[in-house]
Design a protein around this ligand. Structure first.
Ligand SMILES: [Zn+2]
Length: 636
C-alpha cells in the first residue's frame, strides 16, 4: 500500500528538495574547485596522503569517485564561466552542467545555456549527441540504471566457508580483487576448470549478457512525458546572478571566485574538511525528505513520468545518488548515534553508510547499541582502519570464531584476522586433492587446512608471523573442527543478475560432472575456491620466494599507512638504515612506493616511528593527523 501524499504536501517537499539540491550544485562546485587547487599545490602529498582519493576518503568522507567527478567538472567549467555561474546560482543542476561541460565551448556556451533552460537533460543529451555525432559519455551521472541483483543461498559445511573466506582474503589482499569482480573471477575460473574436466560440456565461459532492459518505444514515451513535465516545471528566465532563494545560506556564503582561493594547503584543507561536514548533513536531510517523497511516489503526484526523470530534471542529480541518500536515511532512522554523529560532522557519509549497513546485518535486537559502539570506534579510527575492522568483525562471524560478535573487535581479534590473512596469502591452505582428476589436473585448497594452521599458530608458543605479542590463549577455535560430521552453514552471495545467472548455469554443469566424478569437492562453492586456487597457486607460490614476503604477508600486501590502501608495497625500515635500523620484523613495514619514496623520504610528509606492532604515525609536514597503532589520536 503506497502512503498517500496530497499534491500540496508533495509540492512542499518538492520545493524543499529543489532548494537543497540547488545549493548542492554550488557546494559541489566549491568542493571540486577547492580540491583542484589543493591537488595542484600537492596538498595530499604535503599532508601525507598517497593520493587525492586517499585524502578524500579520510577527510571529506564522501565517495572518492564522486569527488573526482566534481573536480573534473570544476576543471571543465574554468573555461565556461557562464555555465559555472549558472550551476553556482542553482539555475541548472549538476546533470545539466556535466552535460554542457562535455559539449560547450566559450563561443557556444551562452546559446546552449539558454536552450538548457527550456529543455530537459534527456532531450539536451540527445540533441548534443546527434549534433556532435558522439555519445555523451561526459554525462556519466545520467546513465545510472544499475543492473538488478539477486541473492543466491547455498548451504555448505563450515570448512567450505573457511575455504571461501580464505580465497576471498587471498584475492583481495594479493590481487586487489573484491566484490562483484571477485565473484566474476571465481566463476570464470570455475568455467575454465569445468570445460577442462569435460570438453563435451557446453560451459559458458563469460556471463550471459543482461538483455537491454529499456526498449526504444519505452524510451520515446519517457522522453515525451519528460518534455511535458519540464515545460510545466521550468522556471522563467535565466538569471545567472540569482543567489539562494529563501536566504538560508547558513554555513557557506557566496562561492569564492576560483582565483581567490588560498595558496596555503592548510587553509584549503580546513575548507575541504568543512565542506565534507556540510555535505554529510546535506546527505542526511536530502535522504530524509526524499524518503517521504519516494514512499508516496511524489514524482507521480507532481506529474513526472519516472523517478529517473524527476531526479535528473528537477533535482539535477542522478537517481543512484538520491537513492543512496534515501537508503542512508532509512538505515540510520533507528540508529540515533549515527544520525547524531553525521549531523555533528564527527563522521562522514561513507563511515555512516558502512556502520548503518553493518548494524542492520545483526538482524535482531541491539542494532542501535551496536551502531553506537561502532560510532564510538569510528571516532578513534581512520576510515581505512574502520573499514578494515568492520571486515574483521564480519569475517570472524562468518568463520564462527569463538567470541565472534558483530561488535568492534578487540586488539587480539584484529591480530588473529591478520594472521589468518597472512596464512591465506602464503598459500598455506593449498593442499592437493587426494587423487588427480584428469591428466595434469589437480585441485587445491581446503578450508580445514587453514583452520588447522590457525589453531596451531594459537597453541604454538612462538611469536607468530604477526609480531611480538603472544597468541591468545586458550585457542578460540570452534569446537567442531574435528573429524566428526561438519556443521552445515548457509552462505549468501549477492550478485548482479548476469553473474547470478552464470552461477546457476555453472552450478548445473557442475552437478552433472560431480555425479560422474566423486572427488570434485563436495559443494559447488568449494569447487569455485578450488578452481581459483588451482589456477593461481603458481603465482602465490612464486610470491613466497620474493624477498620480505613474510613481512608483506603479515601486512596483507597493503601499504600500512593508516590512510592508504595501495598495494604496490616496498619494504621500509622504520628506523632508517642510515640511522642504524635493522631488518628485524619490528623495524620493518610495508609501504607503497608513493608513501615510502615520496612521502617519507622526499617530502618528510609522513613520519612513522617504530616498533612495527604499534607505529606512531604523524601525517603532514605540519602534522594534521596522529595515529598510534590503530588509535586515531588527533586530527587537525
Ligand atoms: Zn601508501
Amino acid at each position: 500500500m503506497t502512503p498517500h501524499l496530497d499534491p500540496a504536501a508533495a509540492e512542499e517537499i518538492d520545493r524543499d528538495l529543489a532548494r537543497l539540491t540547488r545549493r548542492d550544485g554550488r557546494l559541489a562546485l566549491a568542493l571540486g574547485e577547492t580540491m583542484e587547487r589543493f591537488a595542484r599545490l600537492a596538498g595530499p602529498a604535503k599532508l601525507g596522503y598517497s593520493s587525492r582519493k586517499a585524502y578524500t576518503t579520510q577527510v571529506v568522507g564522501q565517495p572518492a569517485r564522486w569527488v573526482g567527478d566534481m573536480c573534473a567538472l570544476a576543471r571543465r567549467l574554468q573555461e565556461l564561466p557562464l555555465t559555472r555561474a549558472a550551476l553556482a546560482a542553482g539555475t541548472i543542476g549538476r546533470s545539466m552542467a556535466a552535460l554542457l561541460a562535455g559539449h560547450a565551448t566559450p563561443e557556444t556556451e551562452l546559446a546552449l545555456l539558454l536552450e538548457a533552460k527550456r529543455t530537459t537533460v534527456a532531450r539536451m543529451k540527445e540533441r548534443l549527441a546527434n549534433a556532435a555525432k558522439q555519445a555523451a559519455e561526459a554525462d556519466d551521472s545520467c546513465d545510472d540504471e544499475e543492473q538488478p541483483r539477486s541473492t543466491i543461498e547455498t548451504t555448505v559445511p563450515l570448512d567450505h566457508v573457511w575455504a571461501y573466506e580464505g580465497i576471498k582474503l587471498l584475492m583481495a589482499s594479493a590481487f586487489g580483487v573484491r566484490g562483484d569482480e571477485a565473484a566474476e573471477y571465481l566463476l570464470a575460473e570455475a568455467a575454465i576448470a569445468l570445460s577442462m574436466l569435460d570438453p563435451e560440456l557446453d560451459v559458458p565461459v563469460a556471463p550471459p549478457r543482461h538483455p537491454n532492459a529499456k526498449g526504444h518505444h519505452e524510451q520515446r514515451e519517457m522522453d515525451a512525458a519528460c518534455r511535458k513535465a519540464a515545460e510545466e516545471a521550468a522556471e522563467p528566465g535565466l538569471d545567472l546572478s540569482r543567489e539562494e532563494d529563501g536566504g538560508d545560506s547558513d554555513d557557506d556564503g557566496p562561492l569564492t571566485p576560483i582565483d581567490e582561493l588560498s595558496d596555503d594547503v592548510y587553509v584549503l584543507h580546513q575548507k575541504l574538511k568543512a565542506l565534507g561536514m556540510t555535505f554529510g548533513r546535506r546527505d542526511l536531510e536530502l535522504g530524509q525528505l526524499a524518503d517521504t517523497f519516494w514512499a508516496a511516489r511524489g514524482w507521480k503526484v507532481l506529474g513526472y513520468a519516472t523517478e529517473t526523470q524527476y531526479c535528473r530534471e528537477r533535482l539535477g542529480l542522478s537517481k543512484s545518488s538520491v537513492r543512496k541518500r534515501i537508503e542512508l536515511a532509512r538505515d540510520i532512522d533507528q540508529l540515533p548515534a549515527v544520525t547524531q554523529a553525521l549531523e555533528g560532522g564527527r563522521i562522514g557519509f561513507e563511515a555512516a553508510t558502512m556502520i548503518a549497513r553493518h548494524a542492520h546485518t545483526s538482524r535482531g535486537f541491539g542494532k542501535a547499541e551496536l551502531a553506537r559502539e561502532w560510532v564510538e570506534r569510528a571516532r578513534a579510527r581512520t576510515v581505512v582502519h574502520l573499514r578494515e575492522e568492520l571486515d574483521v568483525a564480519k569475517t570472524r562471524r562468518r568463520l564462527e570464531l569463538e567470541d565472534a560478535s558483530l561488535a568492534p573487535p578487540d586488539e587480539a581479534a584484529v591480530q588473529e584476522f591478520q594472521e589468518l590473512r597472512a596464512m591465506a596469502l602464503k598459500g598455506e591452505m593449498f593442499v592437493p586433492s587426494k587423487q588427480p582428476l584428469a591428466d595434469g589436473f589437480q585441485l587445491f585448497v581446503t578450508g580445514a587446512e587453514l583452520k588447522r594452521r590457525l589453531a596451531e599458530g594459537r597453541t604454538d608458543t612462538k611469536a607468530g608471523a604477526i609480531g611480538c605479542q603472544p597468541p591468545p590463549a586458550p585457542p578460540r577455535l570452534p569446537s567442531s573442527h574435528g573429524d566428526g560430521p561438519q556443521p552445515m552453514r548457509r552462505v549468501r552471495l549477492n550478485l548482479p543478475d548476469d553473474l547470478a545467472r552464470w552461477y546457476r548455469r555453472l552450478n548445473r554443469d557442475w552437478q552433472v560432472l560431480s555425479s560422474e566424478h566423486d572427488n570434485l569437492g563436495t559443494t559447488f562453492l568449494e569447487f569455485l575456491c578450488m578452481a581459483m586456487a588451482t589456477s593461481w597457486r603458481h603465482i602465490v607460490e612464486a610470491a613466497r620466494d620474493v624477498k620480505w614476503a613474510d613481512i608483506y604477508a603479515r601486512d596483507g600486501y597493503r601499504c600500512v599507512s593508516p590512510v592508504c590502501t595501495r598495494s604496490d608495497v616496498t619494504l621500509h625500515h622504520l628506523r632508517f638504515r642510515s640511522r642504524g635500523g635493522g631488518h628485524e620484523a619490528s623495524n620493518t613495514a610495508s609501504l607503497c612506493s608513493c608513501c615510502h619514496l615520496e612521502l617519507v623520504h622526499d617530502r618528510a610528509a609522513i613520519r612513522a616511528e617504530p616498533p612495527a606492532e604499534t607505529i606512531r604515525w604523524l601525517l603532514g609536514k605540519v602534522p594534521q593527523l596522529e595515529v598510534l597503532g590503530r588509535e586515531l589520536k588527533q586530527a587537525a
